[in-house]
Design a protein around this ligand. Structure first.
Ligand code: SF4
Length: 241
């Protein structure tokens, strides 16, 4: 069984492959809570993916699936090209050893597959070599997440991803209040060949606009790549986008 929160077809709105048509598969559960992001749903606080994180309160809305392949094939039957497939969450690597997930990864190996991860779970790449062909968007959490540093920064997990994969990259979410952070340098210093993308915090276009210019100027100063959150800019926090 694999907890599936939702799947949808859209384009990638963030990170290295922004603008690419992509099938999204959102898996349930997360090993962090990130209350610092301050998104509130039904009185519960967390990040903008709260419904995929908080199993206790939202788990009853998740599907329990035994096969992902037909679910992804539903989207492919209307397309005459090979879109990206993006696994997101929650934290999709909680399930990295799950046979249902592994079987989908092998089946769709001709697609470019990305995992959006907080990079805290160390993958055994020798036991599960299928992950060597995957790109990891490593959104390592900063102080603004409200999580303990000892929990959110796991260098060995990051190192395993960088050593074993070719195109993985860092992705950080910042507000205008966080741009004095030294943490991005601290986290990325041992991995100085890995690309760094920063994007503005905000779950609506209005909130993005409060942070975007400060984050863009920070990126120019530091030599990082600025990336917008195009899906939010276009559709706010509409589900399935
Ligand atoms: S790690 Fe990501 S999905 Fe999990 S709580 Fe934090 S922001 Fe949300």
């Amino acid at each position: 069984m694999l907890p599936l929160v939702e799947s949808f077809y859209s384009f990638q709105g963030e990170g290295r492959f922004v603008g690419t048509p992509s099938i999204f598969v959102r898996l349930g559960g997360c090993n962090l809570g990130c209350v610092g992001f301050g998104v509130t749903i039904d009185g519960h606080v967390g990040c903008d993916s709260l419904k995929a994180v908080n199993q206790e309160h939202f788990g009853h809305t998740w599907d329990k699936v035994n096969d992902l392949i037909p679910i992804i094939n539903e989207y492919l039957q209307d397309l005459d090209f090979c879109p990206d497939i993006v696994f997101t969450g929650g934290e999709p690597l909680l399930h990295y050893q799950n046979p249902i997930l592994l079987s989908a990864l092998s089946h769709f190996h001709k697609h470019r597959i990305t995992f959006e991860t907080n990079a805290t779970i160390e993958i055994d790449f020798e036991k599960y070599p299928v992950y060597k062909d995957i790109t990891f968007a490593m959104s390592v959490k900063l102080e603004n997440s409200g999580e303990l540093k000892s929990k959110r920064i796991q260098y060995e997990a990051i190192r395993a991803i960088i050593v074993n994969t070719q195109y993985s990259f860092f992705k950080f979410v910042l507000s205008k209040n966080d741009i004095d952070t030294k943490e991005i340098e601290e986290i990325t210093k041992p991995f100085n060949d890995t690309k760094i993308y920063c994007m503005p915090m905000g779950s609506t276009a209005k909130k993005l606009a409060q942070n975007d210019k400060a984050v863009a100027n920070f990126c120019i100063k530091k030599g990082y790549n600025y990336v917008d959150r195009m899906h939010i800019r276009l559709w706010d926090n509409e589900e399935g986008r």
